[in-house]
Design a protein around this ligand. Structure first.
Ligand code: C5P
Length: 234
C-alpha cells in the first residue's frame, strides 16, 4: 500500500532572523519552533513516518526531548548547502534505509511553518492523493503586486490574477521528486514544486490560508507565538 511520509528539511541557519540559533530551534511557547511541525505531522493518522533532515554540524537537536514522537520520528544528519540539497539527501537516505517505496507520497514541510493545522494537512492529502503529478498548499495573492528596481522605485504593477503564494507541505511521489531534484541540481530551486515544474509538469494548487506562513523575520516569530498561544487556550 502507498504510504505517506513526511520530510522536514531543518538544516538551514535562518540568517534572516538575525539570531545565532538556527530558526527551527527558536523558542515558541514552551518548545523549539520545529516541535510544532513534527507534532502536527506525526499526529496525523495518514502519515507513517516523519523524517527530519538536520545539518551534519547540528549542535542543538540533542538538547531537547523528542521521546513523545519516537513511534514515527527518524532523524537524518545529511542536510546540504541548500534546501533542495537537504531534501534530496533526505530522500536518498530514506531509500538507502529501505524506508520508502518509489510510489510513496512524500510531504515536504518547512520546519519554519509551525502553524500548519490538521485541517490543512488533511485537505492536501485528500485533494492530491489521486493526482498524477502531486501538489502543494498555497494561497491566492492578496496584496497588489509591484515590480521594483534596485533603487526601490516601482517599475510597474503586476497583475495578481492567478498568482499564488506557495506554502508547504508539498506532496510528490518519491521517485518523481528525486528525479526532479537531481535534474535541477545546482539551479536556484526554492521549493519542490519548482523542480517538478522544470520537468514540464503542473502540480496542483490546494487552497490554504495565511496561518500557515513561514517564520522568516523576527516579527513573524511574535505572530506565530500569538497563534500557538491562542490555540493552546481554545
Ligand atoms: O531559509 P528558508 O526559510 O527558506 O528555509 C526553509 C526550510 O528549509 C527550513 O526548514 C530550513 O531549515 C530548511 N533548509 C535546509 N537546508 C538548507 C537551507 C534551509 O534544510 N541548506
Amino acid at each position: 500500500m502507498t504510504k505517506f511520509i513526511a520530510l522536514i528539511p531543518a538544516a538551514g541557519s535562518g540568517s534572516r532572523m538575525g539570531n545565532a540559533l538556527p530558526k527551527q530551534y527558536l523558542t515558541l511557547g514552551n518548545h523549539p519552533m520545529i516541535y510544532y511541525a513534527i507534532k502536527t505531522l506525526s499526529s496525523n493518522a495518514n502519515i507513517a513516518k516523519v523524517f527530519v533532515v538536520l545539518s551534519p554540524e547540528d549542535q542543538d537537536w540533542d538538547h531537547y526531548d523528542w521521546h513523545e514522537f519516537s513511534a514515527k520520528l527518524i532523524v537524518l544528519n545529511c542536510g546540504g548547502a541548500t534546501r533542495a540539497e537537504s531534501v534530496c539527501n533526505g530522500l536518498l537516505a530514506m531509500q538507502q534505509n529501505n524506508a520508502v517505496d518509489t510510489q510513496d507520497w512524500i510531504l515536504v514541510h518547512d520546519a519554519a511553518r509551525p502553524c500548519l493545522t490538521t485541517l490543512q494537512l488533511d485537505k492536501l492529502i485528500e485533494e492530491v492523493c489521486e493526482d498524477p503529478v502531486g501538489g502543494l498548499l498555497a494561497v491566492p495573492a492578496a496584496d497588489t503586486l509591484k515590480r521594483g528596481d534596485a533603487k526601490h522605485r516601482i517599475v510597474r504593477t503586476e497583475s495578481r490574477e492567478n498568482i499564488w503564494q506557495a506554502q508547504t507541505p508539498q506532496m510528490f511521489r518519491h521517485e518523481l521528486l528525486v528525479k526532479a531534484l537531481q535534474q535541477t541540481e545546482g539551479k536556484m530551486i526554492t521549493d519542490e514544486a519548482s523542480a517538478i515544474e522544470a520537468m514540464g509538469l503542473s502540480p496542483k494548487l490546494v487552497i490554504s490560508d495565511s496561518y500557515n506562513f513561514k517564520v522568516t523575520y523576527p516579527q513573524d516569530l511574535a505572530l506565530a507565538e500569538l497563534i500557538i498561544y491562542k490555540r493552546s487556550i481554545a
